[in-house]
Ligand binder design. Sequence first.
Ligand code: S3P
Length: 230
Amino acid sequence: MPERPGSGGPAAGDGPVEGARHVVLVGLMGVGKTTVGRRLAKELARPFADVDEQVELRAGRVIPEIFRHDGEEAFRRTEAEVLAELVARPLPLVLAAGGGVVARPENRRTLAGRTTVVWLRASVGFLAGRVDPTHRPLLAQADDPAEALGRLLAEREPLYAEVADHVVDVEPFHAADDKPKRALARHIAALAVPTTPAAPTPARAPASAGGATGTPGAGSAAVVDAGVIG
Ligand code: S3P
């Protein structure tokens, strides 16, 4: 995957520098964007924000209720606003985006801005075993959630590929490591902010493995939530 110029940023040890790129995690539901994102923020000593969570705070309802009361379109509008506002922040963040963020062209344009986008990729079989359909309105009504996930993946794969600077296959990390989230976070930190000390990769190399070996990441600072916006 071609690198965008300047897609890296300053060393994690230098602390967040105004104007540096945000790291945005995209990928389908259940792939671990939020948990890996929190851990990644710790590795990079940056604030973390979860777009879904910010949408819920703004709407005053949880996502299934937003879909039920206001409809998907209203959810998507707020999601686009929240994403644009977070990306406009001067200090670099780690962001976990909702799985459907790539569906809107305006969000893809936002993601083409001051961001390094990492697509966390996994098979439908893997995702179906992890995702809880009751909290995912797009799966809750499906007779077969795995089939619905497969359809979403087929629709969105080209869109994730369009916005991504890096693709990371998560399954080898889960197969190889007893702390896969930590291993993924360290791997992504080294990819997305190349001056971060590199992390080991699983033996069965994921799609993005670009010689990331060596010592663990910076990771001592606490995760600071980016807070409520707007
Ligand atoms: C959605 C994914 C969800 C949430 C909403 C819609 C989607 O986020 O934004 O339920 O369209 O794939 P996660 O990917 O964090 O579950």
